[in-house]
Ligand binder design. Structure first.
Ligand SMILES: Cc1cc2nc3c(=O)[nH]c(=O)nc-3n(C[C@H](O)[C@H](O)[C@H](O)COP(=O)(O)OP(=O)(O)OC[C@H]3O[C@@H](n4cnc5c(N)ncnc54)[C@H](O)[C@@H]3O)c2cc1C
Length: 404
């Protein structure tokens, strides 16, 4: 075992944050941060937003400038993949052949795009949307393109649709389910976004699948073929668990960790999109794909490494930007038995509060940031405003969280 060295696998949002949190807390041992992408840790949210629009460059999406890692003695090993973990010997082997002993190992391997298993996806005009390299390829393909087909009406597909439409391209979104963003938002929110994209000139087809991509044609299950100069696929992600699995760690739609980010190996923690973890506030285990979770779980993993474990207990939150509308989600919006709208859907400033048996479960807010902020406090404290209080937009929700 290395005397004092933390090896972090995955230089993404979570991996970068574990390294920084350790140094901020005064950790003096060695830190090696290994990432298979060529960039230092960066933020993915701008990839389907400002970076796709060409409004920001690589330097502006980095979590921290490259010099940060030099200054804080964090050995960045980029373009390098960890191929195997030897738990008995406490070391990892990189694809380069390098062997790194560790005293603690942190897995922050994230997720990768879910491949769409249809003929034609290997065409050079077909793209996925996960990494900086993906967006650079998409942006090159946009030059001279007029028509784009986006497969998948989830957050990422719709954010890309909004940007590309705003850039003047003809955009068609194909969604296999009966509404947009079906996994995470309620039908009320889906309907608002369906109308919004329609008004902006995006053709949205729900209840429609894709059977093949042939030349410049995207063949649909409804018999139609839509012309496309480029196709973007956004049909979800799968967690990168194979490394952990091969090392014998428990995995179940994510690397299984406890509320202190510990795997079953006392020297291995995991954080971010790759984990399946318990959430005490929601009362169940889940896997999340969000910046908030990556950052907070990274902080939890760092505390465990430092010998000061502190349980992770966070209300999940997430956001999505489409056109000038910011959608903010807190808690969960599934399994509810009633919903209450606050604000006015017609003017694009509203929130939907979800209840089960009178208990607030989650809130989706569109351009109502204060509702979102109060909602985070309410859900964090386990408080539920009454439906009448929520429906009265003049009622100050803050008075429930802080009565005086
Ligand atoms: C386009 C896009 C837009 C998004 N927008 C939002 C948003 O608006 N709001 C929000 O909250 N979230 C958003 N997300 C989700 C958010 O970015 C992710 O939840 C977050 O990046 C997860 O961080 P992570 O470090 O766990 O994983 P990742 O960011 O996936 O990083 C993991 C890294 O580990 C590397 N890796 C994997 N295996 C190995 C190995 N064996 N050896 C070395 N390296 C390895 C991977 O290559 C990757 O670079 C978005 C994601 C995408 C793709």
């Amino acid at each position: 075992m290395a005397s004092e060295r933390v090896v972090i696998v995955g230089a993404g949002q979570a991996g970068g944050q574990i390294a920084a949190a350790l140094r901020i807390a005064g950790y003096v041992g060695e830190i090696a941060l290994v990432g298979e992408e060529i960039h230092p840790p960066y933020q993915r949210p701008p990839l389907s937003k400002a970076y796709l629009a060409g409004e920001v460059d690589v330097a502006q999406v980095l979590l921290r400038p490259a010099e940060y890692y030099v200054k804080h003695a964090i050995a960045l090993k980029l373009g390098a993949r960890v191929a195997a973990i030897d738990r008995a010997e406490h070391c990892v082997t990189l694809t380069t052949g390098e062997v790194l002993p560790y005293s603690w190992l942190a897995l922050a391997t994230g997720a990768r795009v879910r491949p769409l298993p249809i003929p034609g996806v290997d065409d050079p005009r077909v793209f996925y949307l996960r990494t900086l390299a993906d967006i650079d390829q998409i942006r090159s393909a946009l030059a001279g393109a007029a028509r784009i087909v986006i497969i998948g009406g989830g957050f990422i597909g719709l954010e890309a649709a909004a940007i590309l439409r705003t850039l003047g391209l003809a955009v068609t979104v194909i969604e296999i389910q009966d509404r947009l963003m079906p996994r995470v938002v309620s039908p009320t929110i889906s309907a608002f976004y369906l109308e919004l994209h329609g008004k902006r000139g995006v053709e949205v087809m729900t209840n429609t699948g894709v059977t093949a991509i042939v030349g410049r044609g995207v063949q649909l299950t409804n018999g139609r073929t839509v012309r496309a100069d480029a196709v973007i696929i956004g049909v979800g992600v799968v967690p990168n668990v194979e490394l952990a699995q091969a090392a014998g760690l428990a995995c179940d739609n994510g690397i299984v960790v406890d509320n202190c980010a510990r795997t079953e190996d006392p020297r291995i923690v995991a954080a971010g999109d790759c984990t399946q973890h318990p959430n005490a506030l929601l009362g169940r285990r889940l896997r999340l794909e969000s910046v908030h979770n990556a950052v907070e779980q990274a902080a939890t993993a760092a505390k465990t490494i430092l010998g000061t474990p502190h349980p992770y207990a966070q209300v999940p939150w997430f956001w999505s930007d489409q056109y000038e509308f910011k959608l903010q989600m807190v808690g969960i919006s599934t399994g509810y038995d009633s919903e209450v709208v606050r604000g006015t859907i017609a003017n694009g400033k509203f929130s939907v509060f979800y209840y089960r048996a009178g208990k607030l479960l989650g809130i989706n807010s569109v351009n109502r940031p204060m509702d979102h902020m109060q909602g985070r406090r309410l859900l964090g404290a386990g408080l539920s405003p009454t439906p009448a209080q929520v429906a009265d937009a003049a009622f100050n929700l803050k008075t429930i969280v802080a009565p005086n």
